[in-house]
Design a protein around this ligand. Sequence first.
Ligand code: MN
Length: 262
Amino acid sequence: MRILVTNDDSVYGDGLWALVEALTEVGEVIVAAPDREQSAVGTSVTLHHPLRMKKAEPRISGVETYSVEGTPADSVILGLQLVAADGVDLVMSGINEGVNMGNDVYISGTLGAAIQGYFYDVPAIAISTAVYNTNVRFEAAAMMGKLLAQKIKDKLLHPRSLLNVNVPYLSIDRIEGVELTRPGRRTYRDAIQKGNDGKRDYYWIVRGDPVWEEKEGTDIWAIRNKKISITPLPLNLPGSNRKSALEDVCSSLIDDLNSSHK
Ligand code: MN
């Protein structure tokens, strides 16, 4: 089992290394991730200038690690073609510091990397966790990453799975379930700050507070109810995310999660 790990918070992200640590128990891990934060760049691929990739110092010894001067999707493309040229069994992106729910799915760099893995016909999973202060806990999200990787290893998930996973900001014993969800609606009130750099005007998009729509069965609803949300994407692709198989996996995951901390 070989896993390519990336993220959009950069190769130095604490969430990435919490995930890598958990995944080394399931298989060989390779890291290729952006050299700086790339949140909200979506599936963007760099085609108009050359990219640089260099070997980086891993935070966990023995993990082959590359820092990419590009987007999360670029990191996946270079990782798959140059580093893991003889193939990987899974692309995992995260753990993002902050949930990616609702409309975030369309702009998230965390998701963008996973989607790029999916485009290369590799099962791909994005993992994000809610964070409420600087004392970030990755325990539950990292465990979830490990359990899902194990499901891929055991061939319990479809080989073209593309899953968006969000984990509440709770210790494992306080999580109340694992739900199969659909994306809710979560949009931002953007503000534009105008200025002038001495020569030209500029406009800075500043994200305001998100507006949430919390309908039962959505990712937002699951997180609000202390449950892990698993959203299969794309929603209408036949065969890639068979619902019955996923429902079975979800119900076994909460049992796995509960027994993991005993
Ligand atoms: Mn991010």
